[in-house]
Design a protein. Structure first.
Length: 380
């Protein structure tokens, strides 16, 4: 029942509801357009770097050479984890990597000098540190669970190159590093998605950034949000050959089941990020002598073409899983890799929330029993 008997419209999942304004991310789902602070995702994917894009998101403008160099030094200086965090990772080493990541980020709050400071300056410093520490956690856990010592970061390498080397144990080729860099640019921010909204809800209570990022990681761990890349790779392995793709799609559609990597909550047109991953997967597949995975993906795209007019188009995660697979990254690390790239986006969402903070408190419409009298237990 609604208070006062007025008619209430329900927006399940808050779909179509604008709860605030943002200067960071513009998405036009019908046109298939994505902008970070006014810059097209296509320009950023083709010409920028992850570090430069992070600076843009966190500070509002593209950096000069000197500003980017100073920012790079700041990020590299934060590539470190307290010994206690490494011990914690050893304690929970058998857990899923997303659970390990969530736990370690939460614990990092005990070691950050700015944890309790929610000022814009402190939140930015914490966000930069977490951007560098999250890949360290993922790589350290990958080593520890395979009975190896946590890897040492290489200060000569970019963010993407260093992460790829730490998590795989070997240097990536120039093409592999560039594609990982592009992947992080494409995933770094995407408006009020489930994990970003979760971070803002937590920040709305005046909790600290570590709490907000921990909650965002928890939201991302759910398969309905972060699991697409992992599921696409499983699908490609199940199909096994491009010639089987059409029959696979036909069977899925006949059973009214989703085909992984197609469709998006926001985009009715093709996800604008997908084209950059497609070109990279094609090149990387050739370089590594593994063309069949790209061929399977392209056969799936062709088989799904009739459904494009209904808004079921390929999304960015359709290609991401194959990128990670070709680089030798374990399947259960696909979602943590997503998190590695998303930390600056979560941070800037929290920073915007704190600028003009308000407790996010939506309502639910009660439709349970009307008021009734209490019956004593011996009379029931």
């Amino acid at each position: 029942m609604a208070e006062g008997g007025e008619k209430v419209q329900i927006h399940r999942g808050l779909q179509g509801v604008h709860f605030d304004r943002s200067r960071v991310c513009f998405i036009d789902g019908r046109a298939g357009e994505l902008l970070y602070r006014g810059y097209s995702i296509h320009d950023l994917a083709e010409h920028s770097t992850f570090e430069e894009t992070c600076y843009l998101l966190l500070k509002g403008e593209l950096p000069t050479q000197a500003q980017l160099a100073a920012f790079d030094v700041e990020m590299k200086a934060a590539r470190t984890l307290p010994a206690q965090i490494l011990d914690l990772i050893r304690t929970v080493r058998t857990a899923h990597p997303m659970d390990v990541l969530r736990t370690a980020v939460s614990a990092l709050a005990a070691f950050d000098p700015d944890t309790a400071d929610n000022s814009p300056e402190a939140t930015l410093r914490k966000g930069v540190r977490l951007t560098s520490q999250v890949p360290m956690i993922v790589a350290a856990h990958e080593a520890i669970r395979h009975d190896r010592e946590p890897p040492t970061p290489d200060p000569r390498l970019s963010h993407a190159a260093n992460f790829l080397q730490m998590v795989t144990g070997k240097p990536g080729s120039a093409a592999a590093v560039r594609l990982m860099d592009v992947d992080m640019i494409l995933h770094v921010e995407h408006g009020s998605n489930a994990s970003a909204f979760t971070a803002r809800v937590v920040a709305g209570t005046k909790a600290n950034l570590h709490a907000a990022i921990t909650s965002a990681i928890a939201a991302l761990s759910g398969p309905s949000h972060g699991g697409a890349a992992e599921n696409v790779m499983r699908m490609a392995q199940e199909i096994g050959d491009a010639e089987r793709a059409a029959d696979y799609v036909k069977a899925k559609r006949a059973n009214k089941e989703a085909v992984m990597g197609f469709g998006h909550r926001v985009y009715r047109a093709e996800d604008p990020r997908a084209r950059h991953m497609r070109a990279g997967v094609e090149a990387l597949s050739r370089e590594m002598g593994e063309p069949r995975w790209f061929q399977i993906l392209e056969a799936l795209v062709a088989a799904m073409q009739p459904y494009a007019r209904h808004g079921v188009n390929v999304n960015v995660d359709f290609y991401a899983g194959v990128v990670y697979f070709l680089n030798g990254i374990a399947e259960d690390l696909f979602v943590p890799v997503f998190a590695v790239g998303r930390v600056p986006g979560w941070t800037v969402q929290v920073m915007e929330q704190l600028e003009n903070n308000i407790l996010i408190r939506p309502l639910t419409l009660y439709d349970g029993p009307a008021r009734r009298d209490y019956v004593a237990i011996d009379a029931r």
